[in-house]
Design a protein around this ligand. Structure first.
Ligand code: GDP
Ligand code: MG
Length: 389
């Protein structure tokens, strides 16, 4: 073999090497220029906050893999498992006890006083009134306690505690039926309407309640009849997706009654157990409210009876909440109250006032923004929470 031939061979190998490295360099440049969006828009739900973000693959010059890793969002998000009732109750009771609750603080003060004199009673009375218990229930309670505790005095804190527990429990009307009416004897779904002023927690409560019902093994459909903002429907849909519940919704500005109608219609067709209808609360006049909610209810009732109308009240709004309760109860037949935001600085006394005012039981309480922070209202547990037990 001649020297020429060897040189020719070396040249060919060099040329090939240059060609390969140019291709690789070009490919890498192109890949870096493209933002980390590997495939065309995938019609996929918003990735759950918890889902780990897929790391964009490091471009590697040596191995020009033409196919980037498939994005994780294409896969349907894993369904969440709602928290079991028992652990939920224990957790939420602790939260109630640990909350910055004026009533709980007042009770603790009374129980820890060395001597209950007139000043102590006055302070206690003030605390009760400022914790939204209302004047009449406060007077009743203080009179009873003074009568009972005057005999034994505070020398026996155990007894004082048990008297307090008994009287407080009596105030929250322990005999009321607080179960949700979810019967559907004629095979149609039970329909639950969620009503209340904007911002009280209607949509959140619909979402949380859907989870509770799913955990109980019921099938649920959501109706997004708050059509004032597109975001309201999306918010509800996101709640539903997390537990595999479908949401019937329409475009922003659509007639709320027609959404409610279609939701119930779909619920009947699909044979679900419960249809939860979220409504709008940004209604400025009572007539507007009456027209709107009345219409939603009437239209639903063409298809199936409304089993529950749950009024959501923000427990932190105190007297305002009571005024709202009054207005809503004149407009629709409220069958139960959801007291939201009882965590934080809420004043638990509102439970007593709102039940007296409307003659309707508090059925559910919201104790946080978390997905499983909704609990049935249980008078004993509630009082135990207030007493810090
Ligand atoms: P809507 O306008 O009545 O539908 O109210 P939303 O459901 O949108 O809730 C309004 C705000 O209140 C949201 O930020 C919720 O996370 C919050 N919220 C709802 N329920 C509770 C609760 O029980 N505790 C706390 N801390 N926040 C809540
Ligand atoms: Mg809402």
């Amino acid at each position: 073999m001649s020297a020429d031939l060897v040189i020719l061979l070396i040249l060919i190998v060099l040329a090939a090497a240059i060609a390969v490295s140019t291709v690789v360099a070009l490919y890498t440049r192109r890949k870096n220029k493209l933002p980390a969006r590997p495939t065309a828009e995938v019609e996929a739900p918003e990735p759950e906050k918890k889902a780990p973000e897929p790391e964009a693959p490091e471009p590697e010059a040596e191995t020009p893999e033409p196919e980037p890793a498939a994005p994780a969002v294409v896969e349907a998000p894993a369904l969440e498992e709602p928290e079991a009732p028992a652990s939920r109750m224990a957790r939420l009771r602790r939260r109630l006890a640990g909350s910055n609750n004026a009533l709980a603080r007042g009770l603790a003060q009374l129980l820890s006083a060395d001597r209950i004199d007139d000043d102590t009673w006055d302070d206690f009375e003030t605390t009760l009134i400022t914790s939204d218990l209302g004047v009449a229930p406060t007077t009743e309670l203080v009179e009873k306690l003074r009568g009972e505790l005057a005999i034994d005095g505070v020398s026996d804190p155990e007894r004082a505690r048990s008297v307090l527990t008994r009287e407080l429990t009596a105030l929250v009307s322990p005999d009321l039926d607080r179960s949700l009416n979810l019967d559907h004897p004629d095979g149609k779904p039970a329909v639950v309407m969620m009503v209340g002023v904007n911002g009280t927690g209607k949509t959140t409560t619909c979402g949380k309640l859907a989870r509770v019902l799913v955990a109980e093994g019921r099938t649920v459909l959501l109706g997004a009849a708050d059509t004032f903002r597109a975001a309201a429907g999306e918010q509800l849909e996101t709640w539903g997706e997390r537990v595999g519940v479908r949401t019937v919704r329409k475009e922003e500005g659509a007639d709320p009654a027609s959404v409610a109608y279609e939701a119930v219609e779909a619920g009947i067709e699909e044979g679900v157990d419960v249809v939860l209808v979220d409504t709008a609360g940004r209604l400025h006049t009572k007539t507007g409210l009456m027209d709107e909610l009345g219409k939603v209810k009437r239209v639903i009732e063409k298809l199936a009876p409304v089993s529950e109308v749950l009024l959501v009240l923000d427990a932190t709004t105190g007297q305002n909440g009571l005024i709202q309760a009054r207005i809503f109860s004149e407009v629709v037949d409220v069958s139960g109250i959801v007291l939201s935001k009882l965590d934080g600085s809420a004043k638990g006394g509102i439970v007593v006032q709102v039940q007296r005012e409307l003659g309707v039981p508090v059925k559910l309480i919201g104790l946080g923004e978390g997905a499983d922070d909704l609990a049935p209202f249980e008078p004993d547990q509630f009082v135990a929470g207030l007493m810090g037990e």
